[in-house]
Design a protein around this ligand. Structure first.
Ligand SMILES: NC(=O)c1ccc[n+]([C@@H]2O[C@H](COP(=O)([O-])OP(=O)(O)OC[C@H]3O[C@@H](n4cnc5c(N)ncnc54)[C@H](O)[C@@H]3O)[C@@H](O)[C@H]2O)c1
Length: 247
């Protein structure tokens, strides 16, 4: 079903690259005003090039504790209460479990888990008051299966799914749905770096459909969850994994 996001305000984190960028483009093409948040310096220029009018970027490091509330204040001031939040900013720092330095463990949790929570909390507060909202958190196949060298990443993504369930049940009565999406490897800068070469070919062979996912395939699933049609879907962890976790 083709969605219409006219007059919707969507905040997309990690919007300068990969799944975040592709989702921002997908929503803007269908009428949304997108506020893209990213630590990347070009995020405002990239968002201003999106289809339609009014999209813009806010350059912030989301691991700063005050970032979420400051971003939401700016969005409220410039375009009103947001209808949609996509938490896509994230990192994949890979190490064998016995070698994970505390700094890389903490850096992973800070952006993949804590920043998503603080954004959901700050945006959710406004959505609950308004009686409408759609929040989609990027988890991963790593939320449901173990992957070698992914101790911090798997932990952060399993935690995002737990968080999604709690927010969904607390906010369901207020018209706010909260879901996670869990792709297999997606051909973005993050996915290509984590799964280069021989390791990637082996991973591909383990996916029943025989290939990695494209960012557009993830954006389309996110757009469904962000639409009015998905009002009855909340607390779910939607797998977009070509059957990888069913093997
Ligand atoms: N690509 C994959 O294979 C894959 C698979 C499953 C899940 N995911 C998840 O999808 C999400 C997006 O991944 P992607 O492949 O698009 O990655 P990407 O590297 O292409 O994009 C991530 C974006 O997040 C931004 N970011 C990172 N740290 C930040 C911070 N502290 N503050 C603000 N912005 C920050 C980066 O600048 C970048 O623009 C991540 O949460 C990732 O874990 C990716």
């Amino acid at each position: 079903m083709e969605q219409d996001f006219a007059d919707r305000v969507a905040i997309v984190t990690g919007a300068a690259s990969g799944i975040g960028y592709t989702t921002a483009h997908h929503l803007a093409e269908r009428g949304a005003l997108v506020v893209g948040v990213d630590v990347g310096e070009h995020v405002d220029a990239v968002m201003q090039q999106l289809p339609g009018e009014g999209s813009f970027g806010i350059r912030r490091d989301l691991t700063a504790p005050e970032a979420a509330s400051e971003i939401v204040s700016e969005v409220l001031q410039r375009c009103g209460t947001p209808h949609i939040l996509i938490n896509s900013a994230g990192v994949a720092l890979l190490d064998p479990a016995i070698d994970v330095p505390a700094s890389r463990w903490q850096a992973t949790l800070d952006i993949n888990l804590s920043a998503s929570f603080y954004m959901a909390q700050a945006v959710g507060r406004e959505m609950v008051a308004a009686g409408y909202g759609r929040i989609i958190n990027l988890a991963s196949q790593a939320s449901v299966i173990g992957l070698a060298d992914h101790a911090a990443y798997c932990a952060s993504k399993a935690a995002i799914v737990g968080l999604t369930r709690v927010l969904s049940l607390e906010w369901a009565r207020h018209g706010v749905t909260v879901n996670a999406v869990s792709p297999t490897v997606v051909e973005t800068p993050l996915g290509k770096a984590a799964w280069a070469g021989e390791k990637g070919e082996k991973a591909k062979a383990e996916i029943p459909v025989g290939r990695f996912a494209q960012p557009e395939e993830v954006a389309a699933a996110i757009a469904y969850l962000a639409s009015d049609a998905a009002a009855m879907v909340t607390g779910s962890n939607m797998l977009i994994d070509g059957g990888r976790t069913s093997v």
